[in-house]
Write a protein that binds this ligand. Structure first.
Ligand SMILES: NC(=O)c1ccc[n+]([C@@H]2O[C@H](COP(=O)([O-])OP(=O)(O)OC[C@H]3O[C@@H](n4cnc5c(N)ncnc54)[C@H](OP(=O)(O)O)[C@@H]3O)[C@@H](O)[C@H]2O)c1
Length: 257
């Protein structure tokens, strides 16, 4: 039996991860703020799959509550899979932003997954195995389609995943960044949006099933809606071509005056 800890398990993508990982025989730790929803899901999964399920109520924007989750990640039984899924968006852009709401979004979307990954890593490295799944967004690659700081927080999740992989990928710890596009969940109504105005919305079961195919293939980055993986590979190659120009002690000719 291995144990998976899933943040944001009370709805949407996190709930489907919980169902799929329970069906694969993993014991679970479910984390979110909505205790009732977590307990209901826990009962369902214990009944259907005979797995053991812990519930931790935590607001991940709160340092003390986040610390309780990081402590669980260091405790026994050890966590073999961390799914950094909890996330949100906020309405509005930079000019009309509420600074407190922006700070909370940074805590939830960027700080929490970082500290949770750091907390789980030590044990994973000692055991020489483990997996960290970080839910980013295609908007991290396409800020032109998003208001405010949401895209920046998700761009961070991609870079975080790539940095983690660079450090621990060769030491038995598998890191996956999943980049969903529009997916039918509560996130739109929670942030004052209207999903009926969004074209080409993927069903959440399809999204998670595809992400888990990428997980089983040990992909570093999984972008479920992209039809041809060669497009992603070309994007990565272009990044490496650009990087060749970084190794210059002098500014480029066009900047010399
Ligand atoms: N749906 C999309 O189109 C889409 C596209 C790209 C990326 N994503 C990403 O997918 C992830 C999951 O979102 P979703 O689409 O499944 O949305 P969702 O249905 O709104 O689920 C969000 C989850 O995060 C939890 N959460 C929110 N604030 C929290 C807090 N302060 N502390 C702890 N947990 C909190 C929520 O639980 P509680 O309210 O119970 O705390 C809920 O379980 C997010 O990271 C999101 O950015 C979604």
């Amino acid at each position: 039996m291995t144990v998976a800890l899933i943040t944001g398990a009370s709805s949407g993508i996190g709930t489907v991860y919980a169902r799929r990982l329970a069906a694969r025989g993993h014991d679970l730790v479910l984390v979110a703020r909505a205790t009732d929803r977590l307990k209901k899901l826990a009962d369902e999964l214990r009944g259907e799959h005979g797995v053991s399920v812990e519930v931790i109520t935590a607001d991940l924007t709160d340092a003390v509550q986040l610390a309780a989750v990081t402590q669980r990640l260091r405790d026994d039984p050890p966590i073999d899979i961390l799914v950094n899924n909890a996330g949100a968006s906020v309405s509005g852009g930079f000019s009309d932003a509420d600074p407190a709401a922006l700070e909370n979004l940074l805590r939830l979307n960027s700080l929490a997954p970082t500290l949770l990954a750091v907390a789980v890593l030590r044990g994973m490295l000692q055991r020489g195995q483990g997996s960290i799944i970080n839910i980013g967004s295609v908007l991290g690659l396409l800020p032109e389609y998003s208001h405010g700081i949401y895209a920046a927080t998700k761009s961070y999740v991609l870079t975080l995943s790539q940095s983690l992989h660079t450090e621990v990928g060769s030491k038995g710890v598998y890191v996956q960044a999943v980049l969903p596009a529009a997916t039918r969940t509560e996130i739109y109504q929670r942030s004052g949006g209207d999903i009926s105005k969004v074209p080409d919305v993927m069903e959440v079961d399809d999204l998670v099933d595809a992400a888990l195919v990428g997980f089983d293939r040990r992909e570093l980055v999984t972008v479920p809606p992209v039809p041809d993986v060669a497009d992603w590979e070309a994007f990565e190659q272009a990044r490496m071509v650009l990087a060749r120009g970084f190794s210059n002690a002098r500014p480029a000719e066009r900047y010399r005056v």
